[in-house]
Design a protein around this ligand. Structure first.
Ligand code: GCO
Ligand code: MG
Length: 424
């Protein structure tokens, strides 16, 4: 569009209204992604938002179609905060993962529309960049320690400056790493599930970081994700034992139910702590930020309800010297990764950005996946998020069998040796 056309567009721009709300449900990389598309009454003006809660993706699709769509049709798109509050309060009960993700899809699409209208990337609407790129980290995982370290070397060879290390525990389920087939806990049917024991996992992880520092050196930034799988008392000791390796951060040392224990970890060691991907409720992130008992807030942006609340979280965190490290695994859509990078670039208290590189199928469905150069993720310079979605291609990757409905699918049931289900 010519500059004159833009200028004409900007002067007395008439306010678009929502003509359609649709959902793109696709899994080009075998992980279920949910994107909301808002189409306005102005020709060619639409926006996309990430609403990905991969374990209950179908429910998010229903929440958008059955509740948010009727609420929003015909509404003007210009008041983003106003619409966000209306959606958030319209269910009376709130702060749950399904509705928050549905709201995020609409919220991020409204920001995309605003950027497309203005002819600017969303980061410009938020005041522009305060860094040229966002330092990323990538995942290295293996069944055995040498395998994890080999993966880490490959990541470092690509100029990436930070690596998350995870390793399997022989004979046990160790989420986030390739594990040997986990032994079944007992002969009785009820307890026939993979076993995970915290102490062997902790010993194994300490050995992993011992070897990593010896073989990879001191410069590389190392991270680890506990996935809230050890009892709080052990988490305190584990964080203390990890201090010697001077890691970038230890993530999810506690489950959301046990975040008060962060005070004890904080009082006993200097290991940097990250938490937040499982948070839904403002009281979860507000308390750990206000007390500065963590160093990095790791919220899954769509889980908090989108860009609008994430901006509030980032600003709150800045006041308490907590830095951002937005959740960025494979179960965040390319639109969500753009929202992450936007936040990374505009917020002063950026920490690090978890990164997932797209496979060919993702690139076939989504254009505009943020580019990584020398270990830094760069924003799209196109209006809005800068993402376009080929919906025909997306339809080639429909939601497959619901592994999340299988007893040991997705985030399956894992038990202690004695048969107790592990959730923290
Ligand atoms: C991370 C997360 C993932 C989650 C996954 C769950 O830090 O990237 O912990 O490993 O387990 O996003 O669906
Ligand atoms: Mg995690």
């Amino acid at each position: 569009m010519t500059a004159a056309a833009f200028a004409a567009r900007l002067r007395g721009m008439n306010i678009p209204r929502i003509r359609d709300v649709s959902v793109i449900a696709t899994e080009p990389a075998g992980v279920r992604l949910v994107i909301v598309k808002l189409t306005t009454d102005q020709d060619g003006l639409y926006g996309y938002g990430c609403a990905t809660f991969t374990q209950r993706a179908d429910l998010v699709v229903e929440a958008v179609n059955r509740y948010l769509k009727p609420l929003l049709l015909g509404r003007p798109t210009d008041g983003i905060e106003d619409l966000w509050q209306a959606m958030y309060n319209s269910s009376y009960w709130r702060n749950g993962p399904v509705l928050n993700n549905a709201i995020s899809g609409v919220d991020q699409a409204l920001w995309d529309i605003k950027g497309r209208q203005a002819g600017m990337p969303v980061y410009e609407l938020l005041g522009g960049k305060c860094r040229r790129g966002a330092m990323i980290y990538s995942h290295a995982a293996g069944r055995e320690i040498p395998e994890t370290l080999d993966q880490a070397r490959k990541i470092m060879a690509r100029g990436i400056k930070a690596v998350r290390l995870q390793v399997g525990v022989p004979g046990m389920a160790a989420y986030g790493a390739a594990s040997a087939p986990a032994n079944k806990s007992t002969e009785s049917e009820q307890f026939q599930d993979p076993v995970f024991e915290p102490e062997p996992y902790v010993r194994r992880t300490l050995a992993l970081f011992e070897a990593a520092r010896k073989e990879l050196g001191q410069e590389i930034e190392l991270l680890h994700d506990v996935h809230e799988r050890v009892p709080p008392r052990l988490a305190v000791q584990f964080a203390k034992d990890m201090e010697q390796f001077r890691i970038f951060y230890l993530e999810d040392a506690l489950s959301p139910e046990n975040i008060d224990y962060f005070r004890q970890i904080r009082a006993q060691c200097a290991t940097p702590l990250a938490m937040g991907e499982l948070f839904n409720n403002p009281h979860e992130w507000t308390n750990v930020i206000r007390e500065s008992v963590i160093d990095y807030i790791r919220v899954h942006v769509s889980q908090a309800g989108g860009l609008t609340p994430a901006l509030k979280i980032a600003r709150l965190a800045e006041a308490f010297n907590v830095r951002t490290a937005w959740h960025g695994p494979g179960d965040v859509s390319p639109v969500g990764h753009c929202a992450n990078v936007t936040l990374d670039l505009v917020c002063y208290n950026f920490g690090i950005q978890e990164w997932t590189f797209p496979n060919d199928a993702i690139q076939e469905v989504f254009s505009g996946y943020p580019v990584v150069k020398d270990g830094y993720a760069l924003a799209n310079e196109k209006p809005g998020w800068g993402v376009e979605i080929d919906e025909k291609a997306a339809a080639k990757y429909p939601f497959g069998t619901h592994e999340h409905t299988k007893w040991n699918g997705g985030w399956g049931v894992v038990r202690r040796e004695d048969g107790t289900v592990i959730n923290q």
